[in-house]
Design a protein around this ligand. Structure first.
Ligand SMILES: N[C@@]1(C(=O)O)CN(C[C@@H]2CCCCN2)C[C@@H]1CCC[B-](O)(O)O
Ligand SMILES: [Mn+2]
Ligand SMILES: [Mn+2]
Ligand SMILES: [Mn+2]
Length: 298
């Protein structure tokens, strides 16, 4: 099978500079060669160039920051990912901030409407325009995918194709009050770090799959935010939170998902190579590459 690496140098979903350089660092660390060594055919048509729009022409909508830029970029990512999926390829999207998942998961669901989403993250990224306090859209993609909250004209292209019962979280440990309420109200399954400690990562992944993919017959979209890992493992990321997944727990999730044979799309998000010393950046990039390779059979 063929992998399509989609480099998305984009940072508009959050305020810290540098996360747009994540893709180039991951590719330059040798990701593509490693994937080829696993036996994959790898397509990489270069990092996507997203046309900038000036801040002046993209004023906040309510609290939302860079709303038009984020929308346009995510819409084009949805088209790119959707096309790769339709061509029978496995899109591996390299971020870039996690707002991009609005595009990647829209792309996957457009071709695999029954796909389930495994969201590995310290955060739920499910704020609506009403519940967000930061206005950073990387904290909101899931709410758009579920069709929650007030409709925003600029985001009319995001169809509510994701169903709550097809979404499961692993690694949560930093949620806003509004997000906790949204998870409860929508009966969304979440395995926080408390459950990881309580049951162990093996049981957690089994239970997560039992919830969203009980017969192991649905395509899987894995959206992995490196801040799900403990900051000691992946320090160079925009919103680090103590008490995260170990190196092995992160890799176990990816290995177990590979073992299902059901992975159809993967996101590796929020590597920001400008937020730590060179050794910590190298470490974060290396972990990101390693996670991608584990999800693809390493
Ligand atoms: N919920 C958040 C939002 O901004 O909406 C608030 N949070 C930061 C905040 C710092 C102070 C203590 C409470 N948490 C980041 C998160 C978005 C993370 C996006 B991701 O893609 O990195 O997961
Ligand atoms: Mn995230
Ligand atoms: Mn996060
Ligand atoms: Mn993050």
């Amino acid at each position: 099978k063929t992998i399509a690496v989609v480099g998305c140098p984009f940072s508009g979903g959050q305020p810290k500079l540098g996360v747009d350089k994540g893709p180039i660092h991951l590719v330059e660390a040798g990701l593509i060669t490693r994937l080829e060594e696993l036996g994959w055919r790898v397509l990489f048509d270069g990092h996507h160039q997203f046309e900038e729009i000036s801040a002046a022409s993209d004023p906040p909508i309510g609290k939302l920051q860079n709303p038009r830029h984020v929308s346009r970029v995510c819409e084009s990512v949805a088209e790119v990912v959707g096309a790769h999926v339709r061509n029978g390829q496995l899109p591996v999207t390299l971020g870039g901030d996690h707002s991009l998942a609005m595009g990647t998961i829209s792309g996957t669901l457009s071709s695999y409407p029954d796909a389930c989403v495994i969201w590995v993250d310290a955060h739920a990224d499910i704020n609506t325009a009403e519940t967000t306090s930061s206005g950073n859209i990387h904290g909101m993609p899931v709410s758009f995918l579920l069709g929650l909250g007030e409709k925003i004209p600029e985001y009319a292209w995001v169809k509510p194709l994701l169903r709550p019962e097809r979404l499961v979280y692993i690694g949560l440990r930093d949620l806003d009050a509004g997000e906790k309420r949204i998870l409860r109200e929508n009966n969304i399954k979440a395995f926080s770090m408390h459950e990881v400690d309580k049951y162990g990562i093996g049981r957690v992944v089994d239970m997560a799959l039992d919830h969203v993919n009980p017969n192991r017959d649905l395509p899987i979209h894995l959206s992995f935010d490196v801040d799900a890992l403990d900051p000691s493992v992946a320090p160079s990321t925009g919103t680090p939170v103590r008490g995260g997944l170990t190196f092995r727990e992160g890799h176990y999730i990816c290995e177990a998902i590979h073992e299902t044979g059901l992975l159809v799309a993967l996101d590796l998000m929020e590597v920001n190579p400008s937020l730590a010393d060179p050794e910590s950046v190298r470490q974060t990039v290396a972990v990101g590459c390693s996670l991608v390779c584990s999800a693809l059979g390493e």
